[in-house]
Unconditional design. Structure first.
Length: 330
């Protein structure tokens, strides 16, 4: 792929607020464990008020699904562009400053709404439950997407979260530009609840527009009604590469009518936030740099194993060259 940029990602630019919490306290927030909940401004305020009442320790990291993937690609030495929208406020300024430290090129404009945030409640079993207020993130318009950025990119990566609400039109516009310029379309379907709410639209998108599809086993079952391997084969009928992530069971990559099983690398898991995004980072980096799908998957799995060993997706003290060498040297 003779293009200067590896991946351009459209994403919800969200400040991640990470909180460690016991199961019994999580119940107070009325959120289904293990899922992402989109909340309005009133509910967001209610959640933040309860957090303040309990005086939880909060760690802040610039995030969002696509942003996490692009941070990983950049860490590995790839070229990545993030297109998003933040508020004209302190959180927005911090977001841009911190995300650029990862080496990304940013196309992040500002809006009068407040910067979006994602409260990530991390229970002792390392499961995470999200309360997400999108704020300015949903004000990403067609005009914010530069055609030249998509033209010079090998892959357009999208997060499923953005197919709901006003950003859907922007996503479809970006996909059309990608098709015009022979840029591959990659999408992470993101969440079982989102799939339930948008199944017909997503089926149309996957069948007719997507080249690379990422799902975990729960999302795969929600989307296809099938279990892991059968789900990968079903998805693979409609796109170039279908990837089903199975947590500790590794992952399955369906490509050229074959399934490749990728192992899960051992890790001392602290927080699973961003594990799937980091897997996508490793895979897309490898694929854009002419690695085969098996080694690309192994790099994704290895990077994810390092990310879950720390809280949040800060990717601190990860030696990217060592990871790549471990895969290429077998």
């Amino acid at each position: 792929m003779e293009k200067a940029n590896d991946v351009i990602g459209l994403g919800s630019a969200l400040m991640d607020l990470l909180i460690e919490i016991d199961e019994n306290k999580l119940i107070e927030f009325d959120l289904k464990k293990g899922e992402m909940h989109l909340v309005d401004e009133e509910k967001a305020k209610e959640v933040l008020d309860k957090i303040n009442k309990h005086q939880f320790i909060i760690e802040k990291i610039p995030g969002g699904s696509s942003a996490n993937t692009l941070k990983g690609i950049s860490l590995l030495g790839g070229n990545a562009i993030l297109c998003g929208k933040v508020g004209d406020d302190l959180h927005g300024e911090i977001y841009v400053q911190e995300i650029e430290k990862f080496g990304l090129t940013t196309r992040i404009n500002k809006h009068t709404k407040t910067t979006g945030h994602a409260v990530s409640f991390i229970t002792p079993d390392s499961e995470r439950t999200f309360s997400t207020h999108l704020g300015a993130a949903i004000e990403l318009y067609k005009e914010d997407v530069l055609e030249e950025d998509i033209e010079k990119s090998k892959v357009l990566h999208l997060e499923g979260y953005q197919i709901e609400g006003p950003t859907r039109e922007t996503i479809l516009h970006a996909i059309e530009l990608a098709k015009k310029h022979d840029t591959l379309v990659s999408i992470d379907l993101a969440d079982p609840g989102l799939i339930r709410r948008n199944k017909e639209f997503l089926k149309e998108l996957v069948m007719n527009k997507a080249d690379i599809v990422f799902v975990n086993e729960k999302e795969a079952e929600e989307f296809t009604g099938l279990q892991e391997e059968e789900a990968a084969r079903e998805l693979g009928k409609h796109c170039k590469i279908a990837i089903v992530k199975v947590g500790k069971g590794g992952s399955l990559i369906y490509f050229n009518e074959n399934i490749t099983k990728i192992p899960c690398y051992p890790a001392q898991c602290i927080d699973t936030t961003g594990a799937g995004d980091s897997y996508a980072a490793g895979f897309l980096y490898g694929y854009c740099n002419n690695w085969n799908t098996e080694n690309s998957g192994k790099l994704g799995s290895l990077l994810a194993s390092k990310v879950v060993e720390q809280k949040g997706v800060g990717m601190k003290n990860i030696n990217a060259e060592k990871l790549k060498e471990e895969i290429t040297n077998g």
